[in-house]
Design a binder for this molecule. Structure first.
Ligand SMILES: O=C(C1CCC1)N1C[C@@H]2C[C@H]3C[C@@H](O)[C@@H](O)[C@]2(C1)O3
Length: 130
């Protein structure tokens, strides 16, 4: 009912704000758009579920996330894929993995610091009711 739509609208606003702030952080520029498969032809053979900040934003607007947990499952793909595709000891891979770890920690800190537990519980109740 209306109250459910109010909760989901507030969730979308919170998640868009998280992505906006991540996208402004220069460390995370490589995560803002899908990996260019012309530039990296084998990427799709290694990474089954590509993800990036712009795709997260599209998913929010398409109302795919009813809980923060569902959003986190996709957000985690961004850094997990980066660690998987860039595992080598060369400086470029290490640089990407450092930024991937920073992205992981930054998202978790934002959620821990800014998401009310009771609000997430209401979102989970909405999910269970559907
Ligand atoms: O994994 C990634 C992105 C970095 C975080 C996501 N890429 C795979 C390629 C390997 C490395 C160097 C360039 O070839 C560039 O195309 C990529 C992009 O970085």
């Amino acid at each position: 009912e209306e109250q459910e739509e109010d909760v989901l609208r507030e969730l979308r606003l919170f998640l868009r704000n998280v992505i906006e702030r991540l996208s402004l952080d220069r460390r995370f520029k490589a995560f803002t758009k899908p990996v260019d498969i012309e530039e990296v032809p084998d990427y799709m053979t290694v990474i089954r579920r590509p993800m990036d900040l712009s795709t997260l934003l599209t998913n929010i607007d398409e109302q795919r996330y009813v809980t923060v947990g569902e959003f986190m499952n996709d957000a985690d793909l961004i850094w997990q894929n980066a660690l998987e595709y860039n595992p080598d000891s060369d400086p470029m891979d290490r640089h990407i993995r450092h930024r991937a770890c920073a992205l992981k920690d930054t998202v978790r800190a934002m959620i821990r610091d800014e998401l009310d537990e009771d609000f997430e519980r209401v979102c989970e109740d909405v999910r269970e009711s559907r």
